[in-house]
Design a protein around this ligand. Structure first.
Ligand code: FE2
Length: 176
């Protein structure tokens, strides 16, 4: 069965059906909108889940072929794995994504510095990387991150991965 995510255009509620009786859920006095998942990444920002099996029971999901904006106005809000047993939904927090990214960068930097056998001075430029984009001729800074989640499931039971961007909607990568 396809997973059905619904969206309320009034309050922003997002729900996922556990049992599908066929009735459309109602929120704020109106029927909720069934979100159609996109599976082709042709916009400026990239949203398709990228899959890497670390072993037969461990799946790493990374969103986008390049880092995605990571602000409370625009971020990857959810990553979910569908298996034959159900759905494992992870709710993401933009600040935590940035913190995790910074921590990974620090570790990579320390590892590199260690390799080169010299002291590592972690300054701000090294810790926080920003994406510079041009909007209306003006340079703006948008923090970006590469949201990722580790899931544990039997490889043969995995069905698909969903990602939800609060601006660009629902995305789906089939694992079958
Ligand atoms: Fe987006």
């Amino acid at each position: 069965m396809d997973v059905k995510f619904y969206h309320c255009l009034t309050c922003g509620n997002i729900i996922c059906k556990v049992v599908d009786s066929g009735v459309v859920p109602v929120c704020c006095g109106s029927e909720m909108i069934l979100m159609e998942a996109k599976s082709v990444d042709n916009g400026l920002e990239k949203h398709l889940p990228h899959i890497e099996w670390l072993d037969d029971m461990t799946l790493r999901v990374k969103i986008g072929s390049e880092p995605h904006p990571c602000t409370k106005e625009h971020f990857i809000q959810m990553i979910a794995l569908q298996t034959v047993d159900g759905i494992d939904i992870r709710i993401l927090d933009p600040q935590k994504c940035l913190d995790e990214r910074t921590r990974k960068e620090e570790l990579a930097h320390l590892a590199q510095a260690h390799k080169e056998d010299k002291k590592c001075g972690l300054d701000l430029a090294c810790r926080i990387e920003k994406l510079f984009s041009s909007k209306d001729g003006e340079l703006s800074e948008v923090p970006v991150a590469w949201p990722e989640q580790i899931f544990h499931c039997n490889k043969k039971d995995a069905i698909g991965v969903y990602a939800y961007c609060n601006l660009h909607g629902l995305w789906h990568k089939s694992l079958r």
